[in-house]
Structure formats: structure tokens, C-alpha cells
Write a protein that binds this ligand. Structure first.
Ligand code: MG
Length: 280
């Protein structure tokens, strides 16, 4: 049994605005059962505000041992410059921001932000996801730009899921090896592919970003919330044939750039467990 859960936020705990039915209770029950809980997030923000936001939605912040965001990792790497590649990256940055959730700040990064990309040493694009769930909508994210840049021959370093470095940071923070962790997420391309590449067991939540493909008879977990009770998304079956096809696409064929595709021979190519949503 896992010692700790690495919990994705969007699509698992909440939809960006509201917690999913049962998620607040599941977090409390998991912590009460002795599981250590860590948020693993592709948020561009540094870790600091994450628990505030979760608390504002009703989650008990005491249940979480910590938060690892891609924004925090980016700050850590750009501050400490751990190897020659990072050291040689330069300090003039063209910052591609994503402002709908509020622009991510580069305060404290010791970088010079330039307004013309031709003056930049490197580009920094917030948001590693290609798409995300925003309310009931799927929204394009700068990960789509990174994929195009990579396809055009540019070097792209992913600072969030599915890159192994964010899983390593989680293991370090917890002081646990991969075998003691269970990653919980709703994105095959990010959460499940990342867990597979890092050798971590995974629990795939079908009612998140893939809900329309896997649970077409449900309106999505949040949409059923008004009905209350047990059938708000939880009663719908997961289309396992569709899931196999999606796993084939996202985990075996794979369109990931570097960092995601490194699963290599012998890595698992499917989630370890599947659930409609994160409930206890
Ligand atoms: Mg998610």
C-alpha cells in the first residue's frame, strides 16, 4: 500500500471553481487513514498560494503535507542553476504568460524580461498543459506552443508533469521512494504518462479532462452536483474500451516531447487503477 498520494488538482479535487462532489471528504478521510498527501501541480504559480485556494474551496489545509508546482520548480532551477545548461541559459527572458487565472509573476526570479523575443536568451511559457478543464470547458494552454516549438527543432524543457523531475522533487520532499507513492490524476498525457515514466503507481480519474470520452452518459462530476447524492457522476460506467484506445494514443504512441516520452522499455503503459472520481 502506498504511503503517500501525489494529488493532481484540476479534474481531481476541483474544476477550478468548485470542489468535485466528495473530494473534500475524500481528502480528509485519506489523511485520517494515515496517508501522506502532497499536491503535484502544473500550476505556473509558486507553491505558496495553492493551499490558500484549496482552503477557500473547503479543503482542510492541515491534510496536505506540501505542494510541488511547476512554478516552484522553475523558480528553484532558474535560481540555483544546477548544471551547465541552466547556467548557460542567460537572464533575458521573453515571458509568454497565460493571464486568465491571473498572470504568473516573475518577481524574485532575477531575470530581465524583454518585450521582443529576438532580444531574449530564452523563452519561458507558463502552463505545460496543452489543454485544461476550466469550469465545463476545455481550454488551450501554452503546452501547445511548446509542442510546436519542439517540432520546429527548438529545445523544450518541461518543468511539470509528465517530466520526471517533478516526481523526483515530490519523492525528495516526502523522503519516499517511487514504490511508496501513488499518483492520482485525470490526464493520461500528464499525470499517468508521468507516473509511468517515473515508475510510480497511478490512480486515473476518468471523470476529469477525459470525462466526455470515457463517461459520455455523465455530464461530468461537477455538473451533477446539484443532484447531490451518490450518482452525480459516480454512477456512470467508465468505457474501458475507450480508455484502452486513449492509453494507446497517450501512453504508447505518444506525442510527448522530451521529458514525457522517456518511459523506455518495460515501463507500464496504463494506469494501475481507474476510478470515476476521487472519493473515499
Ligand atoms: Mg488534472
Amino acid at each position: 500500500m502506498a504511503e503517500a498520494l501525489l494529488l493532481d488538482q484540476f479534474g481531481v479535487l476541483h474544476d477550478g471553481r468548485r470542489p468535485y462532489p466528495g473530494a473534500v471528504e475524500a481528502v480528509s478521510a485519506a489523511a485520517a487513514a494515515g496517508l501522506r498527501l502532497l499536491i503535484i501541480s502544473n500550476s505556473s504559480r509558486r507553491s505558496g498560494g495553492t493551499l490558500d485556494k484549496l482552503a477557500s474551496m473547503g479543503f482542510d489545509r492541515q491534510c496536505f503535507e506540501g505542494v510541488v508546482t511547476s512554478g516552484e520548480l522553475t523558480h528553484r532551477y532558474l535560481t540555483s542553476r544546477p548544471d551547465a545548461w541552466w547556467a548557460g541559459l542567460g537572464r533575458r527572458v521573453f515571458h509568454i504568460n497565460w493571464s486568465k487565472r491571473g498572470p504568473a509573476s516573475l518577481e524574485g526570479f532575477d531575470l530581465e524580461v524583454v518585450s521582443d523575443p529576438r532580444d531574449a536568451d530564452f523563452l519561458l511559457a507558463h502552463g505545460t498543459e496543452a489543454v485544461t478543464v476550466d469550469g465545463d470547458e476545455l481550454v488551450a494552454m501554452p503546452g501547445s506552443l511548446a509542442a510546436a516549438y519542439s517540432a520546429a527543432g527548438g529545445r523544450v524543457v518541461l518543468m511539470g508533469k509528465p517530466a520526471p523531475l517533478i516526481y523526483a522533487a515530490c519523492g525528495q520532499l516526502l523522503g519516499l521512494p517511487a514504490g511508496e507513492l501513488l499518483a492520482v490524476g485525470d490526464s493520461l498525457e500528464h499525470d499517468i504518462a508521468g507516473a509511468c515514466a517515473a515508475g510510480i503507481d497511478s490512480l486515473f480519474i476518468a471523470g476529469g479532462i477525459h470525462a466526455r470520452e470515457l463517461m459520455p452518459q455523465a455530464q461530468g462530476p461537477a455538473a451533477g452536483g446539484a443532484a447531490g447524492g451518490a450518482d452525480d457522476g459516480a454512477g456512470a460506467d467508465v468505457d474501458m474500451d475507450a480508455l484502452r484506445r486513449l492509453c494507446e494514443h497517450h501512453l504508447n504512441g505518444g506525442s510527448d516531447g522530451e521529458g514525457g516520452g522517456g518511459a523506455g522499455g518495460g515501463a507500464r503503459r496504463a494506469p494501475t487503477y481507474v476510478a470515476q472520481r476521487f472519493v473515499w
